[in-house]
Design a protein around this ligand. Sequence first.
Ligand SMILES: Nc1nc2c(c(=O)[nH]1)N(C=O)[C@@H](CNc1ccc(C(=O)N[C@@H](CCC(=O)O)C(=O)O)cc1)CN2
Ligand SMILES: Nc1nc2c(ncn2[C@@H]2O[C@H](COP(=O)(O)OP(=O)(O)OP(=O)(O)O)[C@@H](O)[C@H]2O)c(=O)[nH]1
Length: 438
Amino acid sequence: MSNETIYALSSGAVPSGVAVIRLSGAKTRDAVQLLTGDVPPARRASLRTIRLRNGSIIDSGLVLFFPSPASFTGEDCAELQMHGSRAVINALFEELETIDSVRMAAEGEFSRRAFENGKLDLVEIEGLADLIAAETEMQRRLAVEHSQGKLSRLYDSWAERLTRARALIEAELDFADEDDVPGSVSDLVWDDVGRLQVEIKSHLAHAHAGEIIRDGFKVVIAGAPNAGKSTLMNALARREVAIVTDVAGTTRDVLHVDLDINGFLVKLYDTAGLREANELVEQEGIRRATQVISEASLVLYLEDMAEGTRALQPIANAEVLRIGTKADISAGNGPDAYDLTISAVTDAGLVALRAAIAERLERQLGSHSLAIPSRKRQKDSLAECLKAIEAALVDPPAELDIRAENLRIAGNALGRITGRVDVENLLDVIFSEFCIGK
Ligand SMILES: Nc1nc2c(c(=O)[nH]1)N(C=O)[C@@H](CNc1ccc(C(=O)N[C@@H](CCC(=O)O)C(=O)O)cc1)CN2
Ligand SMILES: Nc1nc2c(ncn2[C@@H]2O[C@H](COP(=O)(O)OP(=O)(O)OP(=O)(O)O)[C@@H](O)[C@H]2O)c(=O)[nH]1
């Protein structure tokens, strides 16, 4: 596979002002020569006319050549920066297809080659995928942290400590008879493994924050029919996402919008009004509402202050904000009955509500660095690492060779996160997340 040269459109949707077509592989130099008549000086943007073999002009563009190994993939790479029209790109691609062992890249194939050539590790690759998908400021910051190797360096340093510990234990095993490895060496080893255990535990405890930043903070609007749930959803989304009527039981399906609150992704859900329903569709709606409420990080529990109608209690493991609605027509039982009162008609209370969501979110996240895991894959391997360390430290201690074996298992779990240890079966899953051209 890797002796083929790949190409793809790496910039966004066409038409665009400029389109970047990337090439990587052994035939890159030949392809550039064929298209432009020469190979421009390394890493310098050079304006060239790009032609078909028969001499007719496709377009003029900037051409960059990155000789191996100093390129994104580590192979010979080139970029053709052309006018971003479908016709220009099609003509260029057709010409590239005529070159032997040059073909269109698959999703993530450039990044995969960068990984295979040791340019990026798996955490950096995942960070890059997250960076490309980032929509909010905090997602961007987290992704930058990952893509720049901050997390990888931490895992590598932990893996090194485990290796050092094992080396010292092996020495103790080898020289046990000779009595020349002082007992205190082994004490130092286990002290450090103990400290490592504490560090990994605390790191893992922050995974939840990483997941919330990457995947979003789930906020669910719940309450009795007609409480004003869909109206609030529309007001927060600033568009008509949900149907609003004065018919109780209008919302059936769970509706969803993404909000950006203080740079955090907030996933907001509108649910069917909670009541004893006889009708099948509404019952199903309520079942779905109950389900999403149970997964929420924060529930906005709405009550129409004019009606004072009490909904069925939602089943929330999450924090609940009690919100009195329709403040323009009723003050209800007074503000004390609610955490907040709002009116979607006058917009009263909406700024305070956004601030309250942000406050709950930031409180649930806690404040710490962004060198934290954000994916289940990372979390699972860290948990595995921790389990093996625990086994190595269990009291009363096991035989020394068994303890050393547990340290080896722990180190491998860390190595799998960065991809330095057997991960072949994971690669297809990870790289399929990318778009073509990355
Ligand atoms: N035009 C263009 N812009 C781009 C990219 C690109 O590929 N092309 N990138 C693509 O993601 C990002 C920048 N990331 C890059 C990362 C490494 C290398 C690279 O050539 N690395 C070599 C040389 C390093 C050096 O000279 O300092 C290497 O690592 O050996 C290039 C781009 C964003 N902007
Ligand atoms: N005066 C006033 N009316 C409101 C306000 N918010 C919603 N309403 C009205 O209350 C009625 C019900 O609003 P919806 O947003 O559909 O209520 P819901 O809770 O989504 O209702 P279901 O989908 O049936 O569960 C509509 O007629 C809205 O126009 C408000 O702040 N003030």
